[in-house]
Design a protein around this ligand. Structure first.
Ligand SMILES: Cc1cc2nc3c(=O)[nH]c(=O)nc-3n(C[C@H](O)[C@H](O)[C@H](O)COP(=O)(O)O)c2cc1C
Length: 192
């Protein structure tokens, strides 16, 4: 199967990027194809809400979404990777998710339908995993999103205690990269 990771962090080579690479490595070792797009390198601007895409499914903005969409449409598993920013996902990842709006097609009942995917959430934060609130809102949002889009949720990996962004790559001093690698292996092993 094809895994496509969208890394919604501003820091290339940062905690979230490292966590994603570890996860993808595990999945690749189970025989899957992997691809990654880092939104710190490829800018995806926010949805304008202009609804121009409702006419022909094409967004009027020319930006990184032109790179993201083909990989997204082609993949079987979408890996959403983000740092916690004020208890939620990053604006970078949110912008990319919002822009999927252009892919919605109305069914006979008038409900929007989106391409069917499996999905995973990978998240890093400065605060500890031990506080229930560190990832609470993000997990809730992700589960609601997956349910609305009718995607199959393959799981969440939260990596707390990664330090703030003033520190280069604090995640290297934690156990999270090993956890993400194992998670990638187990998700990979569960898929044909
Ligand atoms: C704007 C901003 C908001 C943040 N908000 C939170 C937060 O609410 N909770 C938290 O634990 N960490 C917060 N952090 C810390 C990051 O989640 C953490 O450093 C993360 O690992 C950074 O990932 P990166 O290395 O991929 O950039 C915030 C960082 C920034 C820059």
């Amino acid at each position: 199967m094809k895994f496509f990771a969208i890394v919604g962090s501003g820091r290339v080579g940062g905690n979230t990027d490292r966590l994603t690479d570890a996860f993808l490595k595990g999945a690749a070792e189970r025989g899957h194809q992997i691809a990654k797009l880092h939104l710190g390198e490829t800018e995806v601007r926010p949805c304008l809400g202009c609804n121009a895409c409702a006419q022909d499914g094409v967004c009027i903005q020319a930006d990184g979404m032109e790179r993201l969409l083909p990989a997204f449409l082609d993949c079987d598993v979408v890996v959403l990777a983000t740092p916690v920013y004020f208890w939620g996902i990053s604006a970078q990842l949110k912008a990319a998710i919002d822009r999927l709006y252009a892919l919605g097609e109305k069914d006979p009942k008038g409900y929007y339908r989106y391409p069917q995917k499996r999905c995973v959430l990978l998240a890093t934060a400065a605060d500890s995993d031990r506080h229930f609130w560190t990832f609470e809102l993000m997990e809730h949002y992700y589960r609601r999103l997956a349910r609305y889009l009718r995607w199959t949720d393959l799981g969440i990996l939260t990596a707390g205690g990664c330090g703030g962004t003033a520190v280069p790559r604090c995640i290297d001093t934690t156990d999270h990269l090993r956890r993400a690698y194992r998670f990638g292996q187990s998700v990979g092993a569960s898929l044909p």
